[in-house]
Design a protein around this ligand. Sequence first.
Ligand code: ATP
Ligand code: MG
Length: 235
Amino acid sequence: MLVLENLNAHYGKSHVLHGVSVEVRAGEVVGLLGRNGVGKTTTLKAIMGLVRRTGGRITFEGRDLTGVPTHGLAALGIAWVPEERRIFRLLTVLENLRTGLDRPGLDERKRQELLEKVYRHFPVLRERRNQAGGTLSGGEQQMLAIARAMMLEPKIILLDEPTEGLMPRMVSQIREIVHALHRDGVAILLVEQNVPLTLEAAERLYIMEKGVVRHHASAAALRADQRVIHEYLGV
Ligand SMILES: Nc1ncnc2c1ncn2[C@@H]1O[C@H](COP(=O)(O)OP(=O)(O)OP(=O)(O)O)[C@@H](O)[C@H]1O
Ligand SMILES: [Mg+2]
């Protein structure tokens, strides 16, 4: 569904991605692992058209994404939850969620249905719906960021280190939501540093090093033989 072929990207003169090839099939959870600074976030930003792509190709459902503006990607079914979450701190939880509902072709009944669905997944967001986003804990803000992405009814969600800095209880909730999205048939490209969670949640994994994919394997193969994980991630 989403295919990155030999992707190159630059920040100014600095060449950061040196030919990244990654594929996510419909409904699949794919992990993207790698140490700090190897280019995981840049890969997601390249998909979103937020860094300068200097080579290679990105297609989504067979369509070349070159020239599709960032704001046009949601309509195609691509949602991005960035590392720094970027919720609206001064808007309430409900207002944050409604930003994802503000699109044509969605009547009020459908909007309510979508809201109810995320409230079922994240009861804490219902409790706090009238509270400013900025007053939520880090874990709750992460849930809000994911919930807002879900409002777009995406075919794929690009999740950038959703469990970073979260307490174990919150990590479990994020794990649950990844499973729930998977059950709903939503594909996920999961960037993580949490190796056990990614090995458990993803079906296939890519391991990056210095702007390239060094290894690609099924999660089952990596669970059975973790030498590659030790080699590239040092854990
Ligand atoms: N805006 C920028 N301008 C210049 N260089 C950047 C910029 N953002 C990232 N880089 C550089 O690009 C490389 C890849 O960064 P990237 O953020 O993609 O890494 P990452 O794998 O997501 O790391 P982390 O695990 O720390 O989030 C790093 O060397 C980083 O310093
Ligand atoms: Mg990153």
